[in-house]
Design a protein around this ligand. Structure first.
Ligand SMILES: Nc1ncnc2c1ncn2[C@@H]1O[C@H](COP(=O)(O)OP(=O)(O)OP(=O)(O)O)[C@@H](O)[C@H]1O
Length: 261
């Protein structure tokens, strides 16, 4: 399998020093890597580094090869070409990722026009197809809606449709179900699972919730205090955690399970 994403020696620094220090990870084409760790462990900064979207004044060092582009050193134009077409993302809160003043159809049309060059009727059809692909009923109504007119689960489906619109090779999902209630969560996870499989995409899935991560990925990287402390297959990590912190995560997930009927 060819390597799609290769992170080496990633370090993210701010004005007060390193926030991420010591992340090495690879994702092969079609592979799924989960990133797990407590709040503040550096999961999101790692994801933003891969997207070339670190907020000022944070800087990345090391290398992040996405195909043949090093995101750490690439110029803006190269990054613009990579984002959407090679990598795209869904985040925890679709309300902040979507534009409240623009109809859903228009937000979805933008990447389709930019990356796939669609116009007119072909563009309108592609917008409705993209909404149907994420299993939204009545795509015409959704396309006409503003985001305050649709539910949280529908918004996350729209965000996913936008992320998938350009058929990226890697999808980054940063806590995509954390803001949703449990039943809606399960539907979004199933949808993600299905779309990633059908499209043969790679997935970088970030969550603080080990049971959620282990349901959807092949391998897991465990982060703590800005560093990757352990990486292994889901099976390895669950059965024989190598790092004491991972052991605590696994034990607390099992403890919770034991209390469920
Ligand atoms: N823009 C920023 N400026 C300065 N420090 C930041 C910034 N963004 C994040 N940090 C800090 O960097 C560290 C890692 O943050 P990050 O958001 O990557 O954690 P996380 O593991 O994704 O946590 P969560 O699960 O809560 O989202 C934290 O200590 C955080 O406070």
């Amino acid at each position: 399998m060819s390597i799609l994403l290769d992170i080496r020696g990633l370090r993210v620094t701010g004005d007060d020093g390193a926030l991420v220090d010591g992340v090495d990870a690879t994702i092969a084409s079609g592979e799924r890597l989960g990133v797990i760790g407590e709040s503040g462990s550096g999961k999101s900064l790692t994801a933003l580094s891969v997207l070339g979207l670190l907020p000022h004044p944070l800087r990345a060092e090391g290398s992040i090869l996405l195909g043949d582009v090093d995101v750490v050193t690439a110029r803006q134009r190269r990054l613009d070409a990579v984002r959407g077409a090679v990598v795209s993302a869904v985040f925890q809160e679709p309300l902040t990722a979507l534009d409240p003043l623009m109809r859903v159809g228009k937000q979805l049309a933008w990447p389709l026009r930019k990356h796939r060059g669609l116009r007119g009727d072909a563009l309108r059809r592609a917008v409705l197809d993209a909404l149907s692909a994420v299993q939204l009923d009545d795509p015409e109504r959704i396309a006409r809606s503003y985001i305050h007119e649709i539910s949280g689960g529908q918004r996350q489906r729209v965000a996913l449709a936008i992320a998938l619109a350009c058929e990226p090779r890697l999808l980054i999902a940063d806590e995509p179900t954390t803001a949703l209630d449990v039943t809606v969560q399960a539907g979004i996870l199933d949808l993600l699972d299905e779309e990633v499989r059908e499209r043969g995409m790679s997935l970088l899935f970030i969550s603080h919730d080990l049971p959620v991560v282990s349901r959807i990925v092949d391998r897991v990287m465990v982060m703590r205090a800005g560093a990757a402390v352990e990486t292994g297959t889901v099976d390895q990590v669950l059965r024989a955690p190598a790092h004491p912190y991972t052991a605590t995560l696994v034990a607390s997930a099992r403890g919770l399970e034991a209390h469920l009927p």
